[in-house]
Design a protein around this ligand. Structure first.
Ligand code: TYC
Length: 103
């Protein structure tokens, strides 16, 4: 913090420690019903991946149960989760999207 004295001199004392803002992983979860092509499209549209990366992430989710779609500050992660859930629901697919703090 800076303290300004009457003679205009400035004394630099210790800064208060500010924790970096928490960041969140946004994950897609596997299910037996959502078409692979739909998941690839979701990764392209909402997570701005190219076709190849989107296909690789989709296959990881399919084979391992979950996969990383992206890492964001909390408000952005919440928006992504909301958008994906709504988009999947509108297309009557059970695709699940969740977020967790990235420790
Ligand atoms: N398991 C799905 C299928 O075989 C594909 C799928 C992949 C579903 C990723 C969800 O997050 C998911 N059609």
């Amino acid at each position: 913090m800076a303290t300004r004295h009457q003679d205009e001199s400035v004394v630099q004392t210790e800064r208060p420690a500010i924790a970096p803002p928490p960041i969140y992983k946004v994950l897609l979860l596997n299910d037996d019903f959502t078409p692979m092509e739909f998941v690839i499209y979701v990764l392209e549209r909402f997570f701005l991946m190219g076709r190849e990366q989107a296909t690789a992430v989709m296959l990881k989710v399919h084979n391992e149960g979950a996969g990383l779609a992206g890492i964001y500050p909390r408000d952005v992660a919440e928006t992504k989760v909301h958008q994906v859930r709504e988009f999947a629901r509108n297309h009557q697919h059970p695709l699940q999207c969740v977020m967790e703090e990235d420790k």
